[in-house]
Design a protein around this ligand. Sequence first.
Ligand code: GEK
Length: 241
Amino acid sequence: MKKDELYVDPQRVVPDFVFDERVAQVFPDMINRSVPGYATIINMIGTLASRWVAEGSNCYDLGCSLGAASMAVSSAIPHQDYALIAVDNSLPMLQQAAKLLERSQQDSPIQLVCSDVRNVAIERASMIILNFTLQFIPAEDRQSFLTQLYDGMLENGLLVLSEKIALSNDASQQLFTEMHHSFKKAQGYSDLEISQKRSALENVLIPETLERHKARLQEIGFTTVEVWFQCFNFVSLLAIK
Ligand code: GEK
């Protein structure tokens, strides 16, 4: 696995973050060292899939990056009678995902699709995974996008929504930001790398509060909405139709 050193050198102007070829090359290292609990979340997505992905249904991994969640799903499901549609709008990320899939030699029904997740027709979905993707969708589109997902889900279908969150209490926001930075330092990132990455993401990754996420999912119609994972300002929710 190639090490993420994208922000090691000082940059006069830090451009907005994009999922380009350079990011695709180092992505597994980047996300594991940036998102506390990422490996656990990926594992548990497999566990959730083994309960939810019904025969004859579709499972969607939206914003799939290199396909880690899709691979966890396909390893966890005992039958082959489902379609797994993994979507990302970054071609370099998908090309890297295709290489990894080929190498893994998994006999799985994963279809890689290069598209904006907002343009995907969702049908007969028993499970939809949004693992740290919604945060990159413009805030004004989130309600209609999630409604579109809800409409394409089967009764009792599962949405897994993982997000970096903002905290409405300023002291808590400060505390969790500091704890996240401590986590990144412990993972070997320098203060300069942390601050340059933060600037790069500032206009690109827009976090919302947990209360906002929960209220919106309930408003759309999901019957059960629960946090199943949290580490500092990183959460994963499950929402059942
Ligand atoms: C994982 N889920 O490893 N349409 C399609 N893809 C998008 C869009 C969009 N509008 N916006 C962003 N992306 C993965 C990790 S990473 C999270 C997800 C992170 C894609 C983007 O290209 C990237 O691959 C992914 O969403 C977000 O389980 O890097 O913090």
